[in-house]
Design a protein around this ligand. Sequence first.
Ligand code: GUN
Length: 281
Amino acid sequence: MGEIIDGKRISAQIKEEIRIRAIEFEKSHGRKIGLAVIKVGEDPASAIYVRNKVKACEACNIASFAYYFDANITQDKLVEMICILNDDKRVDGILVQLPLPQGIDERAVLSRILPEKDADGFHIVNAGKLFLGEYTPSVACTPRGIIELIKSTGVEIAGKHAVVIGRSNIVGKPVAMLLLANNATVTVCHSRTRNLADITRTADILVAAVGKKKFVKADMVKRGAIVIDVGMNRDDEGLFGDVDFDTVKDVASHITPVPGGVGPMTIAMLLKNTVDGAFNE
Ligand code: GUN
């Protein structure tokens, strides 16, 4: 059986380092580092993520400012709120939980956050910098966490074939860029990819960000591969990843569980972006 990559343990170490830096900041600046979190509408998964992010702030000596809006808020009002937070000296990072309700232009909203306060790394400037290999002020949290998890195995990324399933702006595309920056040979697969299993079976590192419960089966994975499961699929039976963990764990050399793999790392990286941003102001 492959080794389980313990995202909970690794993220706890990172959060402890963040907490120490956040205490240092408070001592030297006379205020806490602040993260504003905006949630719009009643998406149940978003409610869980936002609650966990606020809790993580508390644990790391970071002040959180949470704003919850009805799904019928206008885009203009939302932008107005972002402008207020851009000017608020107590706020070092701003995060708008996605997805936003239909009718609101996500890109337009995210682009109104000051790039220096973009805790998620979703602003068009920060996405562009990632493309160019520049990682300040922030890099998308889940991709950044995935790289940390791969590095925690001690297996070298350079020269490996990394296959990413999924091409979203928040996971697939940015993680492909980071893997490339780490000198992997990268293939990005998606819903229109032909012969998907033929490609995934050649992966030394397989990142599944599909959004389909247990989509990756053991016969799609090369023996000894590192498998990173980004899936968060909730149904009546519970929370499931994109990987069929019970069978794939016997083929992989290292594998992340769901929950307790990528999820906690995303939050740790969000706090890291926020703290880095605060010190760089
Ligand atoms: N929705 C799913 N993942 C994320 C994330 O990392 N940040 C935000 N803001 N929304 C998300």
